[in-house]
Design a protein around this ligand. Structure first.
Ligand SMILES: O=C(O)CCC(=O)C(=O)O
Ligand SMILES: [Fe+2]
Length: 334
């Protein structure tokens, strides 16, 4: 992570679990974000597709009922996805929304890039989280390597902006793990992904850019070999002992205030105490490490992802074509 962040952001994210950029967007941005939230309906929520699309769906069935389950997940993913759609959020949309470039440009104009080093960062997608008092909170978790998101790292950083104040009175604050760099599996989180690639490349030829795509693994009748390697990757990334509450920072933030945390470290949300809606906006970023895996350009029910890069030389957003970009844009993770 040292090669991604400024020394100050690196130190603070390690120590406290998050870094405040000193950026607070004004009401006009909050209004724009709310409009974008309103333009999606609850049925646009695609959180549940994390559950219905996994590599296991493509491996050989172990029983008749397993075969039926896999058939339905492959052909009618919406059934399982719908079951998980609203168990935490009334609306939870992963996409490349029209607000993404507006938000990023506003943050760049206010010094966002000071928090980063000189490496380009993939802006994978944005997420709209909306919930109410009746909804559950998101308990202790780290965001695992999701099959649909596919190209990920141990150093994925989330740029997060609440659309209302988050404090003790409101609840709904984000809790993030402190000192995560000291945990047992931290150092191997990127090499674990490379180990996964090494299994993939035994069964699938890399494409013309020397990369392996999610689709190639699904379509080449190799899923029986890939599924266990994928499961091993998930297990390797799990912390042996989840953190205690005392090992977490609770983040107070005002509406429009922007901060960064690593969503591959443990985090959680508090119960929301108000009758109004809780709405938070975030962008998931991923460093373009040379894992040999190719980022997809659609995910989670065919939404757009991985379409922009934060260009750290020109300090602007640049369009990114995951399917046509040569390996030279990837940089070493080791
Ligand atoms: O703030 C939230 O509701 C969830 C945050 C979270 O889990 C995430 O960004 O990964
Ligand atoms: Fe999360």
């Amino acid at each position: 992570m040292t090669q991604l962040l400024s020394p100050q952001a690196y130190q603070e994210i390690n120590e406290h679990g998050y870094f405040k950029l000193g950026i607070k967007l004004d009401q006009s941005y909050i209004t724009q974000a709310r409009e974008v939230f309103a333009s999606y309906t609850e049925t646009d929520s695609n959180f549940g597709y994390h559950y219905s699309n996994t590599i296991d769906n493509y491996s050989k069935p172990t029983s008749l009922s397993d075969g039926v389950k896999k058939f339905f997940n492959r052909n009618f993913p919406v059934i399982l996805a719908k079951k998980y759609r609203t168990n935490i959020y009334s609306k939870c949309v992963f996409d490349t929304s029209p607000f993404m470039s507006v938000f990023m440009q506003a943050c760049i104009n206010r010094g966002l890039t000071d928090a980063f080093a000189d490496k380009d960062i993939l802006l994978s997608h944005d997420i709209l989280f909306e919930s109410g008092r009746q909804d559950n909170m998101f308990g202790f978790h780290y965001d695992p390597f999701s099959w649909d998101v596919f190209y990920q790292s141990g150093d994925d950083l989330t740029i997060y902006m609440p659309l209302q104040d988050l404090n003790e009175h409101s609840g709904g604050r984000l809790l993030v793990e402190k000192n995560a760099h000291a945990i047992d599996n931290f150092a191997t989180r990127n090499s674990d992904i490379y180990d996964f690639y090494e299994t993939c490349v035994r069964y699938v030829e890399p494409n013309e850019y020397g990369l392996i795509s999610r689709e190639a693994l699904q379509n080449n009748k190799v899923a029986d070999h890939i599924a266990p390697a994928y499961q091993a990757l998930l297990t390797a990334r799990l912390r042996k002992t989840p953190p205690q509450l005392s090992e977490m920072s609770v983040i107070n933030a005002q509406a429009g205030e922007v901060f960064i945390f690593n969503n591959k470290n443990f985090h959680a949300t508090e119960p929301w105490k108000l009758n109004s809606k809780r709405q938070n906006y975030s962008i998931r970023t991923m460093p373009l490490y040379d894992f040999g895996l190719q980022p997809p350009d659609i995910f989670l029910d065919n939404r757009k992802c991985n379409r922009f890069v934060l260009d750290m030389k020109q300090l602007c957003l640049k369009e990114f074509n995951a399917k046509q970009t040569r390996e030279s844009v990837y940089y070493s993770w080791s």
